[in-house]
Design a protein. Structure first.
Length: 575
């Protein structure tokens, strides 16, 4: 029998050993259960933790749709570029690499450090939309945690010529102005994404899966004709520079379809380089700015009068002595003319004659003519920010307001509204809706005046460009032309400026079967001339002549049809 010391013979109580054994078993069971849960039931947790070290989801930019002119010429296209981004927690960069990276990105090293030091960020852009050659230099640095992402940058081949029409996109390729904004939902595609595996240097070593396929945007075809657009831009730019004007604008409409063939603004900007862009240059004056149209509105007054049957083109009105007093106000003609027919009131641009005719009409009759011609409501072109102008309800008109409105004072319009309004004279009395998109079929118009009145107005407007009229400089070789001059004092404060004018001309050709409407506006000319017949009519002539030749429109007059007034200073004003 062996001897055991009494102290060693002590044993733990039975319940304590059982408890210890149970705890050990429960611990192993818990770990086993957790292992089964993580590796069998919830295995995505460990996979996500592991994949987070080498797996990335990359956004795939969608290709934005192209904008083309009516002949297929590209006006806005998207070119591939690279954007540089970083995963701050994965970046390993030394001072030499930091300096080189800063030089390539044209950033201060401190700025890069600041961006990389942002806490809680897994993604931060260092620079957007770099050219491929610049991005390649960054790749050569082989900096872990810095990656490239393919994006697209918008390019505008026409530059400043079409800037205010097209607008531009931001760094995310979303439309911000112009037609880029108007047709954002059509042009913009839907971005996609894919999962890839990258090594520690940021190189893709395996393309795992496509999560969402990018959907490219749709192309759109505009009504714009690039050749006519360049012509319009060149001529309005020349007019603004020659007359030292504040600004100028021109629009060319297809009088049958309502398509905008050209729309130019000066001053303008280059949408491909917007670093020092002034906000004032962005807006499309033709669509968004309203002004008092002056005498270019007189044809609508005369058309309303002819529609009543009280007047004919030969009805005589006494405009003596060249003034008309209404209450405390006095309306003046630029020249004293005496007895004038209704046709001559337009030809000579008599404010007194137009006022007398307007005052003989019911206010509602005049308002209906203006409203149905599109004034006081937006043109419906879909262009962002298009102006509705101002046409007050006729119930509140005073006689002086009705009189001055007859020659374009007290009412405001946009140049696009004015051009559209003249479609009633070129389409048998029917107003045609305007569009920036190419049309394949004729639109549904709205009858505003009778065919008879429309033809009478066409003949009346032809007299304006004859030597006795206010706009002979609007004549076009080989074509009959109709149109109207306008010279309006600019509104300033609570009244009108004595020295600031808007000179305008709007007309159509060939008058025998009008194809085009051209509207021209020059804002604040300051080089000695200010009449619409002197400044805007020549622009109309050159733009109309070039556009008709571009479209191959047949002549409807002799090649020697141009007859100008004799001597200097024979052009009549139109105030």
């Amino acid at each position: 029998m062996s001897y055991r010391p009494k102290a060693l013979a002590l044993q733990l109580p039975g319940w304590r050993s059982h408890l210890l054994l149970a705890l050990i078993i429960l611990s192993f069971a818990g770990m086993l259960t957790r292992a089964v849960y993580l590796q069998g039931i919830r295995n995505d947790f460990l996979r996500q933790k592991g994949e987070s070290r080498y797996s990335r989801v990359i956004e795939l930019s969608a290709h934005r749709g192209m904008i083309a002119d009516r002949n297929g010429e590209p006006l806005a296209i998207s070119t591939p570029v690279e954007s540089v981004w970083a995963s701050p927690g994965d970046v390993e960069i030394d001072s030499g690499q930091l300096k080189e990276l800063a030089e390539i990105l044209n950033l201060a090293p401190g700025e890069i450090k600041k961006r990389l030091g942002e806490e809680g960020r897994d993604f931060v852009y260092l620079e957007r939309q770099l050219p491929p050659e610049q991005a390649a230099r960054i790749v050569e640095l082989k900096i872990p945690g810095i990656f490239l992402q393919r994006e697209y940058r918008r390019y505008y081949p026409s530059g400043e010529v079409m800037a205010q029409i097209l607008g531009f996109t931001n760094s995310d390729d979303n439309g911000q102005e112009g037609l880029e904004l108007a047709y954002q939902n059509i042009l913009a595609g839907k971005p996609g994404s894919r999962r890839v595996i990258k090594d520690r240097l940021g190189r893709i070593v395996e393309d795992v899966e496509s999560i969402r396929t990018p959907k490219p945007g749709q192309d759109i075809v505009l009504s714009i004709d690039s050749k006519i657009q360049y012509l319009a831009y060149r001529e309005i730019k020349h007019a603004v520079e020659e007359n030292k004007a504040r600004a100028g604008a021109v629009v060319v409409l297809d009088s049958k379809t309502g398509e905008v063939l050209a729309m130019a603004n000066v001053p303008t900007y280059n949408p491909n380089n917007r670093e020092d862009l002034k906000v004032s240059l962005i807006r499309n004056r033709v669509v968004t700015d309203s002004f008092e149209p002056g005498s270019t509105l007189k044809p609508f007054t005369i058309a309303a009068a002819l529609e009543t049957g009280k007047y004919t083109p030969d009805t005589v009105i006494d405009t003596s002595p060249g003034t008309l007093s209404i209450g405390s106000a006095t309306i003046h003609d630029a020249h004293r003319e005496g007895l004038l027919s209704v046709s001559q009131i337009i030809q000579k641009s008599s404010n007194v004659g137009a006022s007398k005719i307007a005052l003989s009409l019911a206010p509602e009759t005049m308002w209906d003519m203006l409203h149905n011609s599109g004034f006081g409501s937006d043109p419906g072109s879909g262009f962002p920010g298009e102006a509705s102008g101002r046409l007050r309800p006729y119930a509140g008109w005073h006689p002086i307001e009705q009189a001055t409105m007859s020659f374009g004072n007290g009412i405001s319009v946009s140049l696009l509204q004015l051009a559209r309004g003249y479609t009633i004279f070129t389409n048998g009395g029917m107003s045609i809706p305007v569009t920036f998109l190419k049309r394949d079929t004729l639109p549904q118009g709205r009858q505003v005046i009778s065919v008879k009145t429309a033809h009478e107005m066409t003949r009346i407007l032809e007299t304006v460009v004859q030597p006795e009229g206010t706009g002979p400089l609007a004549q076009v070789m080989g074509y009959r032309v109709g149109g109207k001059t306008g010279t309006a004092h600019k509104v300033e404060g609570n009244g009108y400026s004595a020295r600031k004018y808007i000179a305008s001309f709007i007309g159509f050709a060939p008058a025998s079967n009008p194809r085009l409407i051209v509207a021209v506006m020059v804002d604040e000319p300051s080089n000695g001339k200010y009449y619409g017949g002197e400044i805007s009519a020549p622009v109309f002539s050159r733009v109309m002549a070039g556009a008709l030749r571009t479209l191959g429109v047949p002549f409807d007059a002799q090649a020697n049809n141009i007859v100008l007034p004799q001597g200097d200073g024979m052009l009549k004003g139109d105030m």
